[in-house]
Design a binder for this molecule. Structure first.
Ligand SMILES: NC(=O)C1=CN([C@@H]2O[C@H](COP(=O)(O)OP(=O)(O)OC[C@H]3O[C@@H](n4cnc5c(N)ncnc54)[C@H](O)[C@@H]3O)[C@@H](O)[C@H]2O)C=CC1
Ligand SMILES: O=C(O)CCC(=O)C(=O)O
Length: 450
């Protein structure tokens, strides 16, 4: 259909050099072809033209002073992509690779992910090209305060509610919240992922990883299978990876890998979760230190791995959980995973598989859960945090976890039903994109041209 090509050509002209954003857009638009054939009114309302354009983008300078007294400058972003279903909702990423294209791809994915949760949240994302690695606590605090000194004007509990993503965890949310409160004088649910004794929700920290594992369990159950007893490959070593590993153990599976930007750990007897948490959540150390406690484990340094792809995906296993970053799993990786007997891939990260890798999974008809469905448990639980904040309650952990489990089952059912409705029952990419898009597009039509 010409509209995919036309839209991408227009985007390339109006928003140059945003390759990750084009990749995310192309996937969604390709999936919408059969919907548009059945429902041409989406064309008449120019929904595609409107949905690929953020409602608002803020770019700003973040100036802060490092420990040596030097002034440092970074670039900050908040993209308020779509508010058809509710206030903008989505994380903040602090990583040196961040550009406006990164934030736009993440914000675009967030629209459909948030729609799939069935909760009243629109799509947004933000961040900065700031590198938290090697910074002192005081530098992190000063950066967060400087970042919020601009961001606070654009957010609010009923307009836009940021949260964490790569490089933004509980510590950063604390500093951001403190500065928002200082600037506005308001104590309100303007951020999620907050500390448990000042407005946070039990279960939010764990939710993205747990949700990705629940999603895998749903995909496997639909095929008469389960995670119990399976050897699992996990990439990343941050928030999502750690709680993916924790839930895999709880469900009787054996996670044998994790990775950070410097290298991969393969521990055939199972990743030592207590040690991983200590290294990454407390010491903020490199994974190589895992070997001090477990000299029998294998460490593959990223610099020694020049091939196309990532070391995690070349290790034998039966289920795979990419939980690090975008495009970390290539076509060659996907082929190796299949050759090694992987039958389930559930994406904790956003867009971790390249387009070619996704095609390999879809062709093989394995249980493949795309990020916008499989990792939606994090943002869904953020919305549960918003609900608790607005009613000034704190729910017990089992209530939050039951809701999370149900939300992940509902997302899986929606994706699977929609995929079947369009004649491709195994294609949850198609199902997720059409199901998410329909909700947003229908709301946009009902709300008029704005
Ligand atoms: N935190 C959340 O609630 C959610 C996060 N996500 C996505 O999950 C992914 C991971 O995010 P978090 O765990 O929150 O971030 P994090 O900052 O806690 O951890 C990211 C981890 O991935 C590793 N990593 C980054 N680049 C890598 C590379 N090229 N190779 C190997 N490892 C690499 C880092 O070393 C780090 O250990 C991202 O794609 C994020 O957008 C998705 C939904 C919600
Ligand atoms: O919890 C949130 O609001 C956002 C989570 C997020 O950034 C994501 O789903 O990618």
């Amino acid at each position: 259909m010409p509209y995919v090509h036309d839209t991408l050509t227009r985007l390339a002209k109006s928003s140059p050099a945003q390759t990750e954003f084009y990749q995310a857009t192309e996937e969604v638009l390709e999936c919408l072809r059969p919907l548009f054939e059945r429902a041409p009114h989406y064309h008449q309302h120019s929904i595609i033209e409107r949905i690929v354009e953020p409602e608002r983008q803020v770019m700003f300078r973040v100036s802060w002073v490092d420990d040596a007294g030097r002034v440092q400058v970074n670039k900050g972003y908040r993209v308020q992509f779509n508010s058809a279903l509710g206030p903008y909702k989505g994380g903040l990423r602090f990583h040196p690779s961040v550009t406006s294209g990164t934030i736009k791809f993440l914000g675009f994915e967030q629209i459909f992910k948030n729609a799939l949760t069935g909760l009243p949240i629109g799509g947004g994302k933000g961040g900065a090209d700031f590198d938290p690695k090697g910074k002192s606590d005081n530098e992190i605090m000063r950066f967060c305060q400087a970042f919020m000194s601009e961001l606070y004007r654009h957010i609010g509990p009923h307009t836009d509610v940021p949260a964490g993503d790569i490089g933004v965890g509980g510590r950063e949310i604390g500093y951001l919240f403190g500065q928002y409160k200082r600037l506005t004088g308001r104590y309100e649910g303007v951020l999620t992922g907050k500390g448990l004794n000042w407005g946070g929700s039990l279960g939010r920290k764990e939710a993205t990883g747990y949700g990705a594992v629940y999603f895998a369990e749903n995909m496997l159950a639909a095929k008469g299978d389960a995670l119990r007893g399976k050897t699992c490959l996990v990439s990343g070593a941050g928030n999502v990876a750690i709680y993916t590993i924790e839930k895999l153990y709880e469900l009787g599976a054996k996670p044998v890998t994790c990775s950070d930007s410097k290298g991969t750990i393969h521990d055939p007897s199972g990743i030592d979760l207590g040690l991983l948490k200590q290294l990454k959540e407390v010491q903020r150390d490199s994974l190589e230190s895992y070997l001090h406690e477990h000299p029998e484990a294998h460490y593959i340094a990223a610099r020694d791995y020049p091939q196309d792809g990532h070391a995690v995906w070349r290790i034998e296993g039966e289920a795979a959980f990419p939980c690090a970053t975008q495009n970390e799993l290539t076509e060659a990786d996907a082929k190796t995973l299949l050759a090694n007997g992987v039958t389930c891939v559930s994406e904790g990260a956003n867009m971790p598989s390249t387009k070619e890798a996704v095609d390999v999974f879809l062709e093989a008809k394995i249980a493949y859960g795309p990020g916008k469905a499989a990792n939606a448990g994090g943002v869904a639980t953020s919305q549960l945090e918003m609900a608790q904040n607005s009613s000034m309650e704190q729910w017990p952990l089992d209530k939050v976890d039951q809701k999370l489990k149900q939300i992940m089952a509902d997302i899986h059912r929606q994706c699977a039903d929609t995929a079947s409705e369009f004649g491709e029952p195994d294609n949850l990419v198609l199902g997720a994109n059409i199901a998410g898009f329909r909700k947003v597009a229908d709301a946009m039509i009902e709300q008029g041209v704005i």
